[in-house]
Ligand binder design. Structure first.
Ligand SMILES: *[C@@H]1O[C@H](CO)[C@@H](O)[C@H](O)[C@H]1NC(C)=O
Length: 422
């Protein structure tokens, strides 16, 4: 209740000052809507994901370590901190920002967990990530890149996925108002940390992938949290003074039609929507032919081009299977080769993930075509951010490997198949 009352009063003040100014008050740090977002996620850096760095998990020798929570809970704290600190120092460095800029990209999205800001009693996370986010912002500035700060894990977990920090069977964020209030406070901190730096940090994404698929009670909490996040991000000084930071909401796995009219101009300014498009997390999708994958990608064009907010496809990949080791969780198999519970065999995972040296010429041609079909389609909206820049042993997902092996062009506007979507 208190939360709601505070943000509504801030909003009311914002609306009044906007009326007084009589103009669009946002001067975003990037011309969203007129220039395309082209970017990569820096996945698996400040939030661990077993499939991005399987060696960090395998090296523990403990099969129960399946996420960042258990990484710090189930091994010696100093050991975990040593491995993590080395990982933070080496997985992404300024050289990556330089390479990303040289590849013609303009944005990086950086996932970070709540535990970089605070941990509650009984929460075993290791901390120390925040200085790396601050370094990343400096490096982005040095290379002319824009940063999207993306809260990827909330207290209680907003989706139960390992990439929220804590792999659990049912998410515990939305059902606990203390967890939501803690998340609001973290977003306020992030907003004030980067207030006035919109030329380098033009966007804050207040929560990645809340589990809207779990039903309307989740969605109603998410909607209220988006209202509160608008106040927290668009008014980063805690007063009626607006900033220029854009709020990037996530669609919570709902069709875009669900969000039509939500936080739209003129009453709301500087709001964008993030949608994630993958084609491998069901039996139907992994069973698609190459051409079916490409057609399905192209078919997203009309819903993206007709949406009423800036719409960014903030996660997607040229990978078309769930073969990458641990993609479905450490110790969990793949639907594609039938090793996932309840799945049925479509094909062998050999030569599909792992090192690009094992990829056939025809597979690499498909990766190029599918990549281009998605880029063409996602630029019918406000642009795209591929998941992810690098992965230890899943070159099908790696932007860096795509550049090195030719299925991603060195300039993302230089397409070989510009008519692939017809
Ligand atoms: C809600 O979450 C807080 C931590 O944010 C925890 O201390 C508390 O026990 C939780 N409440 C319930 C009812 O689970």
């Amino acid at each position: 209740m208190f939360r709601r009352a505070v943000s509504l009063s801030i909003l009311t003040l914002g609306l009044l000052s906007r009326v007084a100014l009589g103009d669009n008050p946002i001067n975003a740090g990037f011309p969203y809507g007129s220039q395309k977002v082209r970017g990569v996620n820096l996945g698996g850096w400040l939030v661990l994901e077993p499939w991005i760095t399987p060696s960090l998990f395998d090296n523990t020798g403990n099969a129960d370590i399946v996420d960042e929570w258990t990484f710090c809970q189930l091994q010696d704290h100093n050991t975990a901190m040593g491995v993590l600190t080395n990982h933070w120092n080496t997985w992404i460095t300024e050289a990556d920002f330089s390479a990303i800029a040289a590849a013609g990209l303009n944005h990086v999205r950086i996932p970070i967990g709540y535990w970089a800001f605070e941990t509650g009693p009984g929460e075993p996370y290791c901390t120390g990530q925040l200085p790396y986010l601050q370094k990343a912002v400096t490096w982005a500035g040095n290379h002319g890149l824009k940063v999207i700060v993306d809260l990827h894990g909330a207290p209680g977990s907003q989706n139960g996925f390992d990439n929220s920090g804590h792999r659990i069977s049912f998410p515990g964020w939305h059902s606990n108002s203390t967890n939501v209030a803690r998340t609001d406070a973290i977003i306020k901190r992030i907003a004030s940390m980067f207030a006035g730096q919109e030329n380098v940090v033009p966007i804050i994404a207040p929560l990645n992938e809340p589990a809207g698929f779990d039903g309307s009670d989740v969605l109603s909490v998410v909607r209220q949290y988006w209202y509160d996040s608008y106040g927290n991000i668009r008014f980063p000084y805690g007063t009626s003074q607006q900033g220029n930071t854009v709020v990037l909401l996530h669609d919570a796995f709902q069709p875009l039609s669900y969000w039509q009219g939500f936080q739209t101009a003129p009453n709301w300014q500087g709001v964008a929507m993030d949608t994630h498009i993958y084609q491998m997390f069901s039996q139907d999708e992994v069973s698609r032919s190459y051409q079916d994958h490409i057609s399905a990608a192209c078919a997203y064009g009309s819903s993206l081009s007709s949406f009423d907010l800036w719409i960014i496809v903030g996660e997607w990949t040229p990978a078309q299977t769930d073969c990458a080791k641990y993609l479905n969780g450490r110790g969990v198999g793949a639907r594609y080769d039938g090793s996932y519970p309840g799945s049925s065999w479509v094909g062998s995972c050999n030569g599909i993930t792992g090192s690009a040296s094992s990829f056939s010429a025809s597979y690499k041609t498909f990766l190029r075509q599918y990549w281009e079909a998605q880029v063409i389609t996602f630029e019918k909206g406000s642009g795209w951010i591929q998941w992810t820049w690098k992965a230890e042993s899943a070159d099908d997902w790696s932007y860096q490997a795509g550049l090195a092996n030719g299925w991603i062009p060195k300039n993302p506007t230089q397409l070989m198949y510009p008519s692939i979507c017809g």
